[in-house]
Design a binder for this molecule. Structure first.
Ligand SMILES: *[C@@H]1O[C@H](CO)[C@@H](O)[C@H](O)[C@H]1NC(C)=O
Ligand SMILES: *[C@@H]1O[C@H](CO)[C@@H](O)[C@H](O)[C@H]1NC(C)=O
Ligand SMILES: *[C@@H]1O[C@H](CO)[C@@H](O)[C@H](O)[C@H]1NC(C)=O
Ligand SMILES: *[C@@H]1O[C@H](CO)[C@@H](O)[C@H](O)[C@H]1NC(C)=O
Ligand SMILES: *[C@@H]1O[C@H](CO)[C@@H](O)[C@H](O)[C@H]1NC(C)=O
Ligand SMILES: *[C@@H]1O[C@H](CO)[C@@H](O)[C@H](O)[C@H]1NC(C)=O
Ligand SMILES: *[C@@H]1O[C@H](CO)[C@@H](O)[C@H](O)[C@H]1NC(C)=O
Ligand SMILES: *[C@@H]1O[C@H](CO)[C@@H](O)[C@H](O)[C@H]1NC(C)=O
Ligand SMILES: *[C@@H]1O[C@H](CO)[C@@H](O)[C@H](O)[C@H]1NC(C)=O
Ligand SMILES: *[C@@H]1O[C@H](CO)[C@@H](O)[C@H](O)[C@H]1NC(C)=O
Ligand SMILES: *[C@@H]1O[C@H](CO)[C@@H](O)[C@H](O)[C@H]1NC(C)=O
Length: 841
C-alpha cells in the first residue's frame, strides 16, 4: 500500500513507432481493485488490490458492507464484493485525461447474507449511464463482466452505484486503466449511407464483442491493454463456411506508423478465418458472423485484417459487408501495406440490421479477383452511447441520480457568457458569479450526501450535476477576475469603510503600512492594507502584487477584493477572516479546542489552497511561508491560505532564489531548501507537514524551553510516528475522540510530507487525497467499519506530557537589515504577519 501510495507520478510512455521497435505500453492510470477483499487477488497474471487498501488513490463513499463466499466462484476475482446499501461511489484520481477502460466484474455471491441475485441497480459515471436497473434475475449467465471505454476529461472519475428501491448494489472488482489516445478514433465511416461519422471521442463505448478470428482465446495477460479476445466460432452463421488459418505470431510485421500491439496483439493477426471449402456453391459465397445487439443503439465496428495466406502481393482481393451493406469493395490490403503479414484495420459505425436485434459482418470474394478467397483476423463491436449519454436505456445520468442542480449557478453561466460587454455588468457579474458558485457548492454538498468530498473546492471535480453548471460558473469567475484587476475602490469608499482609518479598527502594523478592519457599503467585512506613502515599495511593485493576487482566486486562498491607487495611495483590500489564524485555535489562547473533524477539514482546506497555488495557475506558485499563522479561518471555520503575496512564481525567478537569503520561518523550513537553496513546491509540502503535526499535537513548531529532542516538532513527532505511536503525543483534548484509522492515515501523510528529500514527498494533490481519506475514515467510523481499517497505532492508557505553548512566529528574515531586494517581501511579510496576528484589537 505504501509503495503504491507514493509512487512518483512520472510515467512516461515512450513509443518508438518510427523504427519498428515498440516499447511496452505502461498505462498512466492503472487501478485494479478487488472489492471487499481482505488481500490482494491475482487474476490472469495481474494483481488486484483491495478497495480498502487503495486509500490515497481511490475513495469510496456510501454505506457499504463486504461480502465474501467460500462456495465455488467462476474465478478468484469474484470471491468477494462490495455491497452498497445506499448510493455509493468510488472516486479515481485520473492523472492523464483521455480514454480509459472501465471494467466491472459482477457475481451475485450466494452466501453473502444479501440476496444479490435479485439485487437491482444502476451504475453511472460522471457523464454516462453504464448500467440501468440491472438485475441477475433477468440475466442468463451466473456472472457478468463489462468493459467500457470512456474519455475522462477531468482529474477525477466517479463511479456511482445506485440500488433500486429497497435493494442493494454491489460490485466484485473494478479496473480503471488508461488507453493510449490513438487506439480509439474520433471518426469512422458510417455504412448506410456511406459517410464519415465523427465525434466518437465524446461518446462512451461498451465492448459487446471482441473476437480473435480462428482463435485461440486471448486473455488480459496476453494483451498490453488487458483486453480479452474470444474465439469466433459460435458466431459463425454457417460453421463450414470458414476455415481457420494461423502463422507464428512473431511473423507479424507491425507497420512503422499507426498500428502497434496496443491496436491488437500479434496473436490476433496471426490467426484468421478464411473461406471454407471453395467448391461449395460454385465457390462464391460470403463468410458471415451474426451478433445479437440492442437495436436501440449504434455500434462501432473495427475489423482487423492481416494477409497471412497469400504467396504474393495483390492476389487477395475481397469485399466486406456490414449487415447487407458494402463497407469495403475490392479490398486489396497489400496495395496499402506493400507487404504481406502486415496488420491493418478499418473502422465503421453501424446500426443493427434493419432495426432487428442482430448485426452481421461478412467477407466474400471479389468477382474480379484471381483468387477466390476472403479473410478476417479480428473483430471488435462496441456499443455507442445514445443521445441521453446512456449505454443502457433511455435515462440520462441526472434522471437516475437524484440531482439538485441549483438555479443560482445558472446565473453564473449566463453572466459568464455575457461577461466583457460592459464593465459595470462585468463587475456585478463577478460578485454574482462568485456568490453563485459558492452557493451552489453548499447546495451540492448538502444535496449529495453520498459525495461529501468535492476534491478541489473550486472547480475541477465533483459529479456531473454539479460540474456542468458550476464548472462554467467558476471558470467564468476566474477568467473575468484575471482580465480585471479586482475592484478599483475610490479613496472615499476606503475612508468610509474604515471610518477614516479609525485606530480602533487597526488589525496590525508593519513595515509596509497598516492593516485595518473595514466594512464596505454592502456590509462586506474586509481587511484594508494601506501602504506607507514613504515605503520603498514603488508603484510598479504595487501593481505587480495586484496583478498576481487578482489572478489567484480560490475558495481556500484569502482573496484580494480590490485596490485603490487614488492620490498616490497604495491600498489593498482583502476579504476579512473572522476567526483569525489557525494557530490561535490550537494553543496560546482561551479559544475552545477544535474537534478532530474540524482540524481535518481545516487542513484539507489549506491543502486545497496550496494545491491550487502549485497547480492551478499558469505558472506554479510556491508559497514559501506555510505555517499555522498563515492559515486563516473565516466565520465558518473555512481555512484559507494567506500571505501568498510573498510567494514566488516558478523558474523565471530562479535568479532571485539564489540571491535571496533563505526565507520562511524557523521550524517550518524545508531542510533541503535550507541546504541547497533551491526552492520547489515540495518545500511547501514540508512546511505543511509541520502544520499537520502542529494541528495534531497543539504545540508550536519550535519550542526551545523543551528538552532538546522535543524542541523541533518535526523531529519529535517523527520519532513517535515511526514507532506508530503518534497518539502518545497528540493533543490531550483529542484522546479517545479520534478514529484510530483516521489518525493513522493522518500520521502517515504528515510523515511523508516531512521526508528528508523533496522527491520523496508527495505532491499537495496527494496530500489532499490522503487527508480527505482520513476525514472519510473519521466520518464513517461510527457507521460500518471494515476490519482492515482497524489501527494498531493506539496503545491506550499512557499519560501525555503537558507542553507549554511558546511563540515561534519568528521569521528568519532580520527585518532591520534586509537588502533592497528583500525589502518588499520582508515588508509584505511583516504586514501580513500583523494582519494575521492582530494585536491592535
Ligand atoms: C498487493 O499488491 C500490491 C501491488 O502489487 C503490493 O504493493 C502489495 O505489497 C501487495 N500486498 C500483499 C499483502 O501482498
Ligand atoms: C427499474 O425497473 C422497475 C421494474 O422492474 C421499473 O418500475 C423502474 O422504473 C425501473 N427504473 C429505472 C430507473 O429504469
Ligand atoms: C436466456 O436464455 C434463454 C434460452 O437460451 C433465452 O430464451 C432467453 O431469451 C434468455 N434471456 C435473456 C434475458 O437473455
Ligand atoms: C421507487 O420509489 C419511488 C419513491 O419512493 C417510487 O416513486 C417508485 O415508484 C418506486 N419504484 C419501484 C420500481 O418500486
Ligand atoms: C477526449 O475528449 C477531449 C475533449 O472532448 C478531446 O479533446 C480528446 O481528444 C479526447 N480524447 C480521446 C482519446 O478521444
Ligand atoms: C498467454 O500468456 C501466458 C503466460 O505469459 C502464456 O503461457 C500463454 O501461452 C499465452 N497465450 C497466448 C494465446 O498468447
Ligand atoms: C458450429 O460450431 C459451434 C462450436 O463448435 C457449435 O456450438 C455449433 O453448434 C455449430 N453450429 C452448427 C450449425 O453446426
Ligand atoms: C455477400 O453478401 C452481400 C451482402 O449481403 C451480397 O450483396 C453479396 O451478393 C454476397 N455475396 C455472395 C457471393 O453471396
Ligand atoms: C442508425 O439509425 C438512426 C435512426 O434510424 C439514424 O439516424 C442513424 O443515422 C443510423 N446510423 C448509422 C450509422 O447508420
Ligand atoms: C429553478 O427555477 C425555475 C424557474 O425560475 C423553477 O420553476 C424551478 O423550480 C427552480 N428549480 C430549482 C431546483 O430550484
Ligand atoms: C479493532 O481492534 C480492537 C482491539 O484489537 C477490537 O477490540 C475491535 O473490535 C476492533 N474493531 C474492529 C472494527 O474490528
Amino acid at each position: 500500500m505504501k509503495l503504491v501510495q507514493w509512487l512518483p507520478l512520472v510515467l512516461v510512455v515512450v513509443l518508438f513507432m518510427g523504427q519498428g521497435s515498440i516499447a511496452l505500453f505502461t498505462p498512466v492510470d492503472n487501478y485494479l481493485i478487488t472489492c471487499g477483499s481482505s488481500g490482494n487477488v491475482t487474476f490472469q497474471g495481474r494483481t488486484f488490490v483491495p478497495d480498502s487498501d487503495h486509500s490515497s488513490l481511490v475513495q469510496r463513499n456510501g454505506n457499504s458492507l463486504v461480502a465474501s463466499s467460500n462456495s465455488v466462484v467462476p474465478s478468484p476475482i469474484y470471491q468477494s464484493a462490495r455491497v452498497f446499501t445506499g448510493i455509493g461511489s468510488f472516486k479515481f484520481e485520473i492523472k492523464q485525461e483521455g480514454r480509459h477502460w472501465i471494467r466491472l466484474y459482477f457475481f451475485p455471491l450466494p452466501e453473502s447474507g444479501q440476496n444479490l441475485a435479485s439485487a437491482t441497480m444502476s451504475v453511472v459515471n460522471d457523464d454516462f449511464v453504464l448500467l440501468n436497473n440491472f438485475t441477475f434475475k433477468n440475466y442468463n449467465a451466473s456472472y457478468m463482466f463489462k468493459e467500457y471505454a470512456i474519455n475522462v476529461t477531468s482529474d477525477v472519475l466517479t463511479l456511482t452505484f445506485i440500488p433500486s428501491n429497497n435493494s442493494v448494489a454491489f460490485v466484485n472488482a473494478i479496473e480503471v486503466v488508461s488507453i493510449p489516445d490513438w487506439v480509439l478514433p474520433d471518426q469512422a465511416l458510417a455504412v448506410n449511407p456511406s459517410s464519415p461519422f465523427s465525434g466518437l471521442s465524446g461518446l462512451a463505448l461498451e465492448t459487446v464483442y471482441r473476437l480473435n478470428m480462428g482463435g485461440p482465446l486471448i486473455t488480459s495477460q496476453n494483451d498490453t491493454l488487458g483486453r480479452t479476445w474470444e474465439d469466433d466460432e459460435k458466431y459463425l452463421h454457417v460453421n463450414s463456411s470458414a476455415v481457420k488459418v494461423s502463422v507464428s505470431p512473431s511473423s507479424i510485421k507491425y507497420p512503422p506508423t499507426g498500428l502497434t500491439p496496443e491496436t491488437a496483439p500479434n496473436w490476433v493477426y496471426a490467426t484468421a478465418e478464411t473461406m471454407g471449402d471453395p467448391n461449395v456453391a460454385n465457390g462464391n459465397f460470403n463468410v458471415t458472423w451474426v451478433f445479437q445487439v440492442d437495436p436501440n443503439f449504434m455500434y462501432f465496428v473495427r475489423v482487423h485484417f492481416c494477409d497471412i495466406v497469400s504467396k504474393a502481393l495483390n492476389t487477395l482481393v475481397f469485399n466486406l459487408y456490414i449487415n447487407d451493406d458494402s463497407a469495403l469493395g475490392g479490398f486489396d490490403m497489400s496495395s496499402i501495406t506493400n507487404d504481406l503479414a502486415v496488420p491493418i484495420f478499418k473502422d465503421y459505425v453501424s446500426n443493427s440490421s434493419d432495426g432487428s436485434d442482430s448485426l452481421t459482418v461478412s467477407v466474400g470474394p471479389d468477382s474480379m479477383a484471381d483468387v477466390t478467397n476472403a479473410i478476417m483476423n479480428g473483430l471488435e463491436i462496441m456499443k455507442i452511447s445514445n443521445e441521453f449519454g446512456s449505454l443502457d436505456g433511455l435515462l440520462s445520468v441526472d434522471k437516475i441520480l437524484p440531482t439538485s442542480t441549483s438555479n443560482t449557478s445558472k446565473i453564473g453561466v449566463i453572466v459568464g457568457s455575457v461577461g466583457g460587454a460592459v464593465a459595470a455588468v462585468v463587475l456585478i457579474g463577478i460578485c454574482y458569479c462568485c456568490l453563485a458558485s459558492r452557493k451552489s457548492k453548499t447546495t451540492t454538498n448538502q444535496g449529495h450526501p453520498w459525495l461529501p468530498l468535492p476534491l478541489y473546492g473550486n472547480s475541477q471535480t465533483m459529479t456531473k450535476m454539479s460540474t456542468t453548471s458550476q464548472k462554467s460558473a467558476t471558470a467564468s469567475c476566474i477568467s473575468l477576475a484575471s482580465s480585471n484587476l479586482g475592484r478599483l475602490f475610490m479613496f472615499q469608499e476606503i475612508l468610509d469603510a474604515t471610518n477614516k482609518f479609525d485606530e480602533s479598527l487597526l488589525l496590525g502594523v508593519g513595515g509596509f503600512g497598516r492593516v485595518y478592519k473595514g466594512t464596505l457599503e454592502d456590509g462586506t467585512k474586509v481587511a484594508v492594507k494601506r501602504g506607507n506613502p514613504r515605503s520603498e515599495q514603488g508603484l510598479a511593485e504595487f501593481r505587480t502584487e495586484i496583478e498576481m493576487l487578482s489572478k489567484l482566486r480560490h475558495r481556500h486562498l484569502v482573496s484580494l477584493i480590490g485596490y485603490c491607487d487614488e492620490r498616490s495611495e497604495m491600498i489593498l483590500v482583502y476579504e476579512y477572516m473572522a476567526n483569525g489564524p489557525l494557530r490561535s485555535h490550537l494553543y496560546g489562547t482561551d479559544l475552545p479546542s477544535l474537534s478532530w473533524k474540524q482540524r481535518l477539514e481545516i487542513c484539507i482546506g489549506a491543502a486545497r489552497g496550496l494545491h491550487y497555488l502549485h497547480t492551478g495557475a499558469a505558472q506554479s506558485i510556491i508559497h514559501r511561508d506555510v505555517k499555522t499563522t498563515n492559515i486563516l479561518l473565516d466565520e465558518n471555520f473555512v481555512a484559507k491560505v494567506a500571505d501568498f503575496g510573498l510567494s514566488k512564481t516558478g523558474p523565471s525567478l530562479d535568479q532571485t532564489h539564489v540571491s535571496t537569503a533563505v526565507k520562511g520561518s524557523f521550524g517550518y523550513l524545508d531542510p533541503e531548501y535550507f541546504r541547497r537553496q533551491q526552492l520547489t513546491e515540495k518545500s511547501d509540502v514540508y512546511s505543511f507537514g509541520v502544520v499537520l503535526m502542529e494541528v495534531l499535537c497543539t504545540r508550536p513548531a519550535l519550542n526551545p524551553v523543551l528538552p532538546r529532542e522535543q524542541v523541533n516538532i518535526a523531529e519529535w513527532a517523527m520519532t513517535w510516528q515511526k514507532k506508530g505511536m503518534l497518539d502518545q503525543i497528540m493533543d490531550s483534548n483529542l484522546v479517545g475522540k479520534v478514529n484510530m484509522a483516521s489518525l493513522k492515515k493522518f500520521g502517515e501523510t504528515a510523515e511523508k510530507c516531512l521526508a528528508e528529500h523533496g522527491v520523496d514527498r508527495p505532491s499537495m494533490g496527494d496530500v489532499l487525497w490522503n487527508l480527505e481519506y482520513a476525514l472519510q475514515l473519521e466520518e464513517t467510523s461510527s457507521a460500518l467499519m471494515e476490519p482492515e481499517d482497524n489501527s494498531t497505532n493506539h496503545i491506550p492508557g499512557i499519560q501525555l506530557t503537558p507542553i507549554e505553548p511558546f511563540d515561534n512566529s519568528v521569521s528568519m528574515i532580520d527585518r532591520n537589515s534586509v537588502t533592497d531586494d528583500d525589502a518588499e517581501d520582508a515588508a509584505t511579510s511583516a504586514v501580513f504577519s500583523q494582519l494575521v496576528n492582530p494585536r491592535g484589537r
